[in-house]
Design a protein around this ligand. Structure first.
Ligand code: SAM
Length: 213
C-alpha cells in the first residue's frame, strides 16, 4: 500500500501521452484515439501493466486499454511504456465502477480481469470485479459476441465469480481450476505479474472464459 502514496504520481500521469485524459475520456471518443478500426480489448485492474503490454506486443492489430484505479500503480505502467513504446496501448486511471460512463454500449470486444482484489468481507461483495453488479456494467460495454476472461489463484473468489454468472445472465464457455496444467488453455497464455508470483508459490490458477447466455 506504500506505493499508493508516491508523491507526484498524479502530476506525471496528467502529463503522460500514454494516458487518456479529459476531454477525450468520454463516450464516443476513446476508440478514435487509436486512429484505426481494430478491435478493442481492455484489462480492468491492470496493476503495473505487464499482461497488457505483452499482449499488445504480440498482437499489434488489436488495441488495448489498461484501467487502473491507483495513480502510484499506474505510474509503474507508464514507466514501463517509456522503455518500450507500444502504439496500440493506452491507459486510463479510474475506478471501474464508472466504466459505462466512458465506453459506448458494445464498444469493447474483450474484457480481461486478472487477479482481481478479493474483497473477502460479505458486505464488500459488490466491489469484487467479477460480481453481478460489475457483470451488468460489462454487459453494456461489451459487444454481443464479446467474451470476458478472468484468472485468479483465489479459489473463494473464483467460486463466488462462478455463482454470479447465472443470476447476471452470463454463461461459462471454459472453466479450469488448474490453468497451468491444461496444455490447451496454456497455449498463448500471457502471465500477469500476480500469476507469476502466485504460481511460483505452487498455487493453482483458476480461469474462466464467459459470454452472455
Ligand atoms: N492484473 C494485475 C495482475 O494480475 O498482476 C494486478 C492485480 S492486483 C491484485 C489488482 C489491481 O486492480 C490493483 O492494481 C488495483 O488497484 C486494481 N483495482 C482494484 N479495483 C479496481 C477498480 N474498481 N477499478 C480499477 N482498478 C481496480
Amino acid at each position: 500500500m506504500r506505493l499508493r502514496n508516491i508523491s507526484g504520481s498524479r502530476e506525471i500521469i496528467a502529463a503522460s501521452e500514454y494516458v487518456i485524459h479529459e476531454p477525450e475520456l468520454k463516450k464516443g471518443t476513446i476508440k478514435k484515439l487509436f486512429g484505426n478500426n481494430n478491435p478493442l480489448y481492455i484489462e480492468i485492474g491492470m496493476g503495473k501493466g505487464k499482461f497488457i503490454m505483452e499482449s499488445a506486443k504480440l498482437h499489434p492489430d488489436i488495441n488495448y486499454i489498461g484501467i487502473e484505479k491507483y495513480s502510484s500503480v499506474l505510474l509503474r505502467a507508464i514507466q514501463k511504456m517509456e522503455e518500450r513504446e507500444l502504439p496500440n496501448v493506452k491507459f486510463i486511471r479510474m475506478d471501474a465502477e464508472d466504466i459505462t460512463e466512458i465506453f459506448e454500449d458494445g464498444e469493447v470486444d474483450k474484457i480481461y480481469l486478472n487477479f482481481s482484489d478479493p474483497w473477502p468481507k460479505d458486505r464488500h461483495a459488490k466491489r469484487r470485479l467479477p460480481s453481478r453488479e460489475f457483470l451488468k456494467r460489462y454487459d453494456r460495454i461489451l459487444n454481443k459476441e464479446g467474451k470476458l476472461e478472468f484468472k485468479t489463484d483465489n479459489r473463494e473468489l473464483f467460486d463466488f465469480a462462478l455463482e454470479e454468472l447465472e443470476p447476471a445472465g452470463w454463461e461459462a464457455e471454459t472453466v479450469t481450476f488448474d490453468l497451468h496444467h491444461d496444455p490447451t488453455l496454456m497455449e498463448g497464455n500471457i502471465m500477469t505479474e500476480y500469476e507469476e508470483k502466485f504460481s511460483a508459490k505452487g498455487n493453482p490458477i483458476c480461469k474462466y472464459i464467459i459470454n452472455r447466455q
